[in-house]
Design a protein around this ligand. Structure first.
Ligand code: GSH
Length: 123
């Protein structure tokens, strides 16, 4: 059985984290967390790998090894380079938020450029 917990509303400050989140992700105390058969899996990319290995008949990744590597590369790129500035736009206020929005837009523009190049080479 798979349970998807939406902790977003309960994040608050670190001291206010809901007990369920602390129980399922005691290390980072962040969402998302996947709970499958009572066991917790944290970190988006780790969750995706777990889904891939557990439900092999419904693969998320392409079959070709190079295409698979490319999909993993872009997922990691998004997680490392794109996700953090977008989170900053949501978690900051006023002047910092305006700066975060400019930075996030720059990162998205950059992503659009590299993806256009990558797919142009691929096709
Ligand atoms: N690398 C983590 C990042 C998780 C993350 O930053 N989650 C945010 C919400 S999208 C969070 O829980 N933020 C609360 C905090 O940073 O205190 C992943 O990919 O799962």
């Amino acid at each position: 059985m798979v349970k998807l917990f939406c902790f977003e509303d309960s994040l608050g400050t670190e001291a206010q984290r809901c007990p369920l989140l602390l129980q399922h992700n005691p290390i980072h105390k962040k969402v998302p967390v996947l709970v499958h058969n009572g066991k917790s899996i944290a970190e988006s990319l780790v969750i995706l790998e777990y889904i891939e290995e557990t439900w092999k008949q419904n693969s998320l990744l392409p079959q070709d090894p190079h295409d698979k590597a490319a999909a993993r590369f872009w997922a990691k790129f998004g997680d490392d380079k794109i996700f953090p500035p977008i989170v900053d736009t949501l978690c900051s206020e006023e002047k910092e938020q305006e700066e975060a929005i400019v930075k996030a837009k720059g990162k998205l523009k950059y992503l659009e450029g590299v993806l256009t190049l990558a797919f142009a080479k691929h096709n």
